[in-house]
Design a protein around this ligand. Structure first.
Ligand code: F6P
Length: 553
């Protein structure tokens, strides 16, 4: 299964992170830098926000409210160099098999390349293949959206249900919600992922089968949840349509596995393919985005791809010091590996981005939640942080208290837009005032003196004091357009990549989800059996299963 580490990236990855000279210099630098307060850093440097900000692909990143100095950044850039970040970027874009444990290229960047570009995998240019699928998706989406594609009673499709899980669900859901403003409002879009039958039941209870199209999205077409839901969907359709031949009008597949698609009973003429060099969590811009394209139309989908591409080009060509994803990745390393921060909060101040944190959780944690390096050694440092978040301002009335005054250091990414897609009264100014206010409050806090000056009784002073010095990034864009969504997702993809390279891990495999899957299959067949014999788990699992069986009966 394992393949040799590609030669261009081998040398630098071979050195343990903690042995790299820049890591050791950063460890020393941290001793003094960790004592600095953002209040003083800003007070002594009027140009700080100018220096610590960068523009790329329509996004503006202000990273000045981080606990960094020029020296910190210089050392972090040096760490990137010593870790081979530039070589790895080149290796990814040139189709090298940097997913070493699966012996695969990592070329999601090819999904958004221009028709005239070249991206080779094993000497084959994959760009024409990508555009062939995009063209087929566009033709299909146009037929459905125009009403030309009819269901079994001759009525046009009004409802689209995407069935998938993980990368075959989170990206499509997030993109649908994010681009809802651009979507076809007469159509209903639903997403079924959970193997809990409630998910399917609730998603379909008010839909007419003859107007419903199911997209079965699964890279492997073997995932238990998706295949179980797909079979339930077929039964649901057939209960109304009666004739199996009618399913052809109501089921399409998105997969890399034509054999399993046929075996399920979907004609491969109604299958939209992608390739093993697209990881599930990096696939929302492949055919996995078919539901997105049906919702927003081929033109808006292509605008989204151009936003991805703009960030890809920036990532590939900008020097490290002006490279937005590299900077974000390095800041994450700074808090994760030196300050010991365990988590990162992503706080989009846009209701359309309500599923963005959930999407990022898979992207970041399935990618960098590893504890073995590419050379098979156990790490002696922290790897990927935990990502979480909620849209603002809702989060402010729930967990922000802990971010402001708790004992944990939680770096935050605030995301905001200059223009609202729903400009109602003064809502947007109030929304954005909260972005700026939160980042300011976190950084500068409120001193005891300030609290006293407000006339606070002495016993209340400690409670009303804010230490500040809590770091944040602010990402600003003009408006939430398809292009900006693409750029934003690519920004995080490449930041995750940068961190993975520095950790010397394979960010593109996911062996950690296998064990649970295997055990669940074994237990499912045991639960189906009528007698208790042969339960050979630990005493806790055996007892739980017996109790479940009893109560179920
Ligand atoms: O959870 C593991 C995983 O393999 C993810 O990486 C992937 O996105 C998801 O399952 C779904 O896989 P598939 O698209 O093959 O159904």
């Amino acid at each position: 299964m394992s393949a040799p580490v590609p030669p261009t990236v081998e040398t630098k990855m071979a050195t343990r992170l903690t042995s790299r000279p820049a890591f050791q210099s950063l460890t020393k630098h941290f001793e003094s830098a960790s004592g600095l307060h953002l209040r003083d850093l800003f007070a002594t440097d009027p140009k700080r926000s100018e220096r610590f900000s960068v523009d790329a692909a329509g996004l503006f990143l202000d990273y000045s409210k981080n606990r960094i100095t020029d020296e910190t950044m210089a050392l972090l850039f040096e760490l990137a160099r010593q870790s081979g970040v530039q070589e790895h970027i080149a290796a990814m874009f040139s189709g090298e098999k940097i997913n070493i444990t699966e012996n695969r290229s990592v070329l999601h960047v090819a999904l958004r390349s221009a028709r005239t570009d070249t991206c080779n995998v094993d000497g084959h240019n994959v760009v024409p293949d990508v555009h062939e699928v995009l063209d087929r998706m566009a033709a299909f989406a146009s037929r459905v959206r125009s009403g030309e594609w009819k269901g079994f009673t001759g009525k046009p499709i009004r409802n689209v249900v995407n069935i998938g899980i993980g990368g075959s669900d989170l990206g499509p859901v997030m993109a649908y919600e994010a681009l809802r403003h651009y979507s076809r409002r007469e159509m209903i879009f639903r997403f079924v992922s959970n193997i809990d039958g409630t998910d399917f039941a609730e998603a379909t209870h008010d839909l007419s089968p003859d107007e419903t199209l199911f997209i079965i999205s699964s890279k492997t077409f073997t995932t238990l949840e998706t295949m179980t839901n797909a079979h339930t969907a077929r039964d649901w359709l057939l209960a109304a349509a009666k004739q199996p031949a009618h399913t052809a009008k109501h089921f399409v597949a998105v997969s890399t596995n034509a054999k399993e698609v046929s075996a399920f009973g979907i004609d491969t003429a109604n299958m939209f393919g992608f390739w093993d060099w697209v990881g599930g969590r990096y696939s929302m811009d492949s055919a996995i985005g078919l539901s997105t394209m049906l919702a927003v139309g081929p033109e808006n989908f292509s605008r989204m791809l151009s936003g991805f591409h703009a960030m890809d080009t920036h990532f590939r060509t900008a020097p490290l010091e002006r490279n937005m994803p590299v900077i974000m990745g390095l800041l994450s390393i700074w808090y994760n590996n030196f300050f010991g921060a365990q988590t990162v909060a992503v706080l989009p101040y846009d209701q359309y981005l309500k599923r963005f944190p959930a999407y990022l959780q898979q992207l970041t944690m399935e990618s960098n939640g590893k504890s073995v390096t590419v050379s098979g050694h156990r790490v002696d440092y922290e790897t990927g942080p935990i990502f979480w978040g909620e849209p603002g301002t809702n989060g402010q009335h729930s967990f922000y208290q802990l971010i402001h005054q708790g004992t944990k250091l939680i770096p935050c990414d605030f995301i905001g837009f200059a223009k609202s897609l729903n400009p109602l009264g003064n809502h947007h100014n109030l929304l954005m005032a909260n972005v700026f206010a939160q980042a300011e409050a976190l950084a500068f806090g409120k001193t005891e003196e300030q609290v006293r000056q407000e006339g606070t009784p002495e016993w209340l002073v400690p409670h009303r004091t804010f230490d500040g010095n809590r770091p944040s990034n602010v990402i600003l864009a003009h408006q939430l357009t398809p292009e900006i969504l693409g750029a934003l997702v690519a920004l995080y993809e490449h930041s995750v990549f940068t961190q993975g390279v520095i950790f010397s891990i394979d960010s593109f495999d996911q062996w950690g989800v296998e064990l649970g899957k295997v055990l669940a299959k074994k237990i499912a067949s045991e639960l189906a059996a009528s007698d208790d014999s042969g339960l050979n788990h630990d005493s806790s699992t055996n007892a739980l299963m017996r109790r479940y069986r009893r109560e179920r009966a």
